[in-house]
Design a protein around this ligand. Structure first.
Ligand code: NCD
Ligand code: ZN
Length: 347
């Protein structure tokens, strides 16, 4: 059995780190193992213009440990009234890497997201023209659609027509969560690529709801069935170019996670690359780990992979229960905190 593996430094193509003390506490957890990350701050109000993103990027860089060469990549939070000229200017200036589409009210701080798809066609046409990626939270938020079917309905109702209308627009379907989604991505590659989180490959809805409700397994898109979990795991470990790493690590205060209406999002950054490595190792697919973590993402974005490498070693360690945060949010509980896991990055 392989006990050690060296891969090109991975990137996280889907990351939430917030702002202020939370940003300072959480971003270093990603920078310890990843070369770059697509940041989706999900703030209220959102990072929605080039000026917002320049300011946010400066705050992210200030949150990094001294000497870190980690590169934060900015996204534009798409709204009904987003200005195509500002999007293009931000992209050409190297401020924006991509645009993120949240259907309004699909998830944490998405209230300012898209309410009318007819209003964003100008931005999408411009992005198609300039070769800018669209990142999609692919869930249909309609009270008549079951929460477990939100992804499937979105693919039919929104994403398929969008891909037909803008065939030159490269899209990432974020945090893929269903077997139907896996089939859809395969059928629509290479225009479409998709990130897969570690937790959608580890747990199913029985784990979340079957033995007491587990708020720390609650995220959007909601964790689905065992068949979905298996399909996602097979997709990621296939090494196929349309699937790549995006942790969706999403810190929230304990108070927000344990409220009567609890916040969606799981904080995985302290063990993210270790979780992926364990998944690939347990399935006998370590030979595909580098493609999924370090090569397929940059290729979909039209970027070069990192030239540095990281080495992971199989050895047991205990996941910290929480990460301290200065100020009123005080701490963030970690996914699988307190459990023992068996891969670790060598520093
Ligand atoms: C994310 C967050 O907390 O920002 N939450 C989540 O459940 N995944 C937002 C998102 O990606 O949906
Ligand atoms: Zn997310």
């Amino acid at each position: 059995m392989t006990d050690r593996i060296t891969i090109r430094k991975p990137d996280d193509w889907h990351l939430h780190v917030r702002d202020g003390a939370m940003l300072a506490a959480t971003l270093p957890q990603t920078a310890r193992a990843f070369g770059r990350a697509i940041l989706m701050p999900n703030l209220a109000p959102p990072v929605a213009t080039t000026a917002d993103a320049i300011a946010y990027r400066a705050r992210a860089l200030a949150a990094l440990p001294k000497g870190s060469d980690f590169v934060p990549l900015m996204t534009c939070y798409l709204r009904d009234d987003t200005d195509p000229d500002d999007v293009e200017a931000g992209f050409r200036a190297g401020v924006f890497t991509a645009v993120k589409l949240y259907p309004a009210n699909a998830t944490t701080n998405s209230a300012a997201g898209v309410t009318d798809y007819a209003k964003i066609t100008g931005v999408l046409a411009r992005m198609e023209k300039i070769g800018m990626r669209l990142l999609v939270h692919g869930e249909e938020v309609d009270p008549t659609v079951d929460v477990f079917d939100r992804e499937a309905v979105f693919l039919d109702r929104r994403l398929a027509p969008m891909m037909r209308d803008f065939p030159g627009l490269k899209i990432v379907l974020e945090h893929l969560s269903s077997k139907i989604g896996v089939q859809f991505v395969r059928a629509n590659a290479p225009q479409l690529g998709s990130t897969i989180t570690p937790y959608h490959m580890e747990i199913n809805r029985t784990d979340m709801l079957g033995w007491g409700i587990k708020p720390y397994f609650y995220c959007m898109p909601i964790i689905k069935t065992e068949a979905d979990r298996v399909a996602l795991r097979e997709a990621a470990t296939s090494g196929d170019a349309c699937f790549f790493l995006g942790t969706d690590s999403a810190p929230h205060s304990v108070a927000k996670k344990l409220a009567l209406s609890g916040a969606a999002g799981l904080f995985t950054a302290p063990l993210a690359i270790e979780l992926y490595t364990k998944i690939f190792a347990d399935d006998g697919k370590l030979d595909k780990l580098e493609a999924f973590c370090s090569l397929n993402g940059p290729a979909h974005y039209g970027l070069a992979p990192n030239s540095a490498t990281i080495t992971l070693q199989r050895r047991p360690w205990t996941v910290p229960e929480h990460i301290p945060v200065d100020g009123p949010d005080e701490r963030v509980l970690v996914y699988r905190g307190g459990e023992t896991t068996d891969w670790q990055v060598l520093t």
